[in-house]
Design a protein around this ligand. Sequence first.
Ligand SMILES: NC(=O)c1ccc[n+]([C@@H]2O[C@H](COP(=O)([O-])OP(=O)(O)OC[C@H]3O[C@@H](n4cnc5c(N)ncnc54)[C@H](O)[C@@H]3O)[C@@H](O)[C@H]2O)c1
Length: 274
Amino acid sequence: MTSTYRDLFDLSGRVAIVTGGAGILGRHFCLGLAEHGANVVVADVDGGAAEAYAGELESKTGVSCIGMACDVACESSVERLAAATLEHFGRIDVLHNNAASKSDDLEAFFAPVEEYSLAEWRKIMAVNLDGVFLVSRTVGKRMIELGRGGSIIHTGSIYGHLGSDSRIYEGSEYLGTAINTPPVYAASKAGVAGLARYLATQWATHGIRVNTLVPGGVESGQNDIFQSRYSQRVPLGRMAQVGDLVGASIYLASEASRYVTGQSLFVDGGLSAW
Ligand SMILES: NC(=O)c1ccc[n+]([C@@H]2O[C@H](COP(=O)([O-])OP(=O)(O)OC[C@H]3O[C@@H](n4cnc5c(N)ncnc54)[C@H](O)[C@@H]3O)[C@@H](O)[C@H]2O)c1
């Protein structure tokens, strides 16, 4: 037990792995953890970006960070991530499963459900759901062997819990194309929340907590029409800013949430409260 309630959020001396750590949200999750004292492993399929960002984190925060290339959909790559983290830091306390694929074929990714190709479905599932399983299994096993407990966080999405409202996508544009919520995205995000509940009950006796952080839509360059249509559906009247998610990640990573496991924490401006 910690000495003051402020200390509940202190992550000094802890070691955290963030997958997709070089992405839009991942960078902020890494920064939040490092600012709270954690040594951070920035893991991303883009190894160059992960290494560069780990260097930036070290100079900004003064904690020791490393960047690693890791494809969460590949068993041997995930094994290397766990082994290298232990070799470098000797412990793993926090795992944030945050990587997800935006696909390299936007036409297939945003195809209507009636036309959705099984190949695209499998490609996305391999990262968004298989990847979360693989990293959780591999790192969770190490956490059990180390015997210190731990916190595992999955990044979910409101669309893992709510149906998507196609009307907000009329006139939308992002990444140079009209967007929607692909069926595989919704199914994969429902899957990570289900897996979190399963692991939470399986690993509770090892002191490992597993929760899902559920962001609403994050403003990251969508056109004005989409931002406005989306914002009208949100009680707080706007899309999320990346920094809006960080407090919840620190809470779930730290002792502040020591009696919380198997939960989905919605950070959605109240969208799911209507
Ligand atoms: N941006 C949003 O509006 C939003 C809303 C809800 C949930 N989310 C979720 O938040 C998380 C982060 O999303 P983001 O907006 O930062 O997207 P992003 O594309 O910027 O970040 C994802 C990162 O994952 C990495 N990645 C992709 N495939 C990988 C693989 N096979 N192995 C390892 N890394 C891989 C990418 O290189 C990228 O750095 C995702 O799980 C996403 O589904 C995002």
